[in-house]
Ligand binder design. Structure first.
Ligand code: PEP
Ligand code: MG
Length: 325
């Protein structure tokens, strides 16, 4: 099987009816970088910057952050990298930062919330990212954004750092694209406003599912309870893809969902054309899409999501389609 997938490496990720699908990798450490070439991925769709902070014994200096970001960009020349700013708190604790006692850490002081409340940390990180990206295109996205206003404030921090670097004669990135992770359900109800503000959207399906179904992503008892192929979830995901299309900005998905072939197929059916996943998932997902007649799938699935009688997972329908085609 692995051999088979390796053989697919140099084949373009195009469906049988000719639709190009972006396949990117999730990464976070230097050891992940060779996988981009090995898997034949388009780039890095999610670089989890918090991993450097989690494996360190103390807060990494700005110079250390800058060095890592440069290493990442140099490792995949000509390919796109999307850096996510620090996503700490919740399930991601830093050994050297005193954790606050919180009743519900997943719903607590984490990610962009810390970034906005303690802007020193976010500013230093943004500065390191912008310096690392001198002369190249930079893509930066923010985790756990719950309102358009939070994104606007994060954006203002980046703009301030751009101004600072400019004044000090640093080479700036040739372009800076700022995106938002869609992983808090409140964004679904302001998604058009969000899509107007952001340069791109990236769905964090792990957290989005957790909050949508109120089911702890770490709790094994919850693991199979709610199916992401349920219309409730697929409609939520579709509304993000549609908003991106309306606003004419790229939309991608970087949660675990995109790495499973049947789930990835469902995502293509509802409008996704780009996914980011773990290295081992690229082969299976590529094999799926190479044999997929996307137009036939879109046509078949168009009624499934809105069938008022449904109310149940659409897994059997998608599985039957996959089997037949
Ligand atoms: C997600 O929430 O789906 C995601 C990609 O981010 P993380 O798993 O790091 O929270
Ligand atoms: Mg997340």
């Amino acid at each position: 099987r692995q051999e088979q997938y390796r053989a697919l490496r140099d084949q373009p990720a195009v469906t049988r009816d000719g639709v190009r699908i972006g396949l990117n990798l999730n990464a976070g450490l230097v050891i992940d970088l060779p996988h981009v070439e090995e898997a034949g991925a388009d780039g890095i769709g999610l670089f989890r910057t918090e991993l450097q902070f989690m494996v360190a014994e103390r807060l990494p200096s700005t110079a250390e952050q800058l060095a890592l970001y440069r290493t990442v960009l140099d490792a995949v020349p000509g390919k796109s990298v999307t850096f996510r700013t620090l996503d700490i708190g919740g399930d991601k604790v830093l050994p050297y930062m005193r954790a606050m006692e919180e009743e519900n850490p997943a719903l607590g002081w984490r990610a962009i919330r810390i970034g906005l409340d303690r802007p020193g940390l976010l500013r230093a990180q943004v500065r390191a990212l912008l310096k690392a990206g001198g002369g190249r295109e930079m893509k930066i996205m923010f985790p756990m954004v719950a309102t358009v206003d939070e994104f606007a404030r994060a954006k203002a921090i980046v703009q301030r750092e751009i101004g600072h670097l400019e004044r000090h004669g640093h080479e700036l990135p040739s372009d800076v694209k700022l995106g938002v992770m869609v992983e808090v359900p409140s964004l679904l109800f302001q998604i058009d406003e969000m899509a107007r503000e952001a340069d791109f959207l990236s769905v964090g399906s792990n957290d989005l599912m957790q909050f949508l179904f109120a089911a702890d992503r770490e709790n094994p008892q919850m693991a199979d309870r709610f199916d992401p192929l349920h219309p409730a979830c697929l409609r939520a995901l579709r509304c993000v893809a549609e908003a991106g299309a309306r606003a004419n900005i790229p939309v991608t998905l970087c949660g675990e969902l995109g790495g499973k072939p049947l789930e990835a197929m469902a995502l293509l059916a509802i409008g996704y054309r780009s996914l980011s996943m773990s290295p081992a998932s690229v082969g299976p997902v590529k094999a799926m899409l190479l044999s997929l007649d996307l137009e036939a799938l879109v046509e078949a699935a168009s009624g499934w999501l809105d069938d008022r009688a449904a109310g149940e997972t659409l897994r059997p329908q998608f599985a039957a389609f996959a089997k037949k085609h």
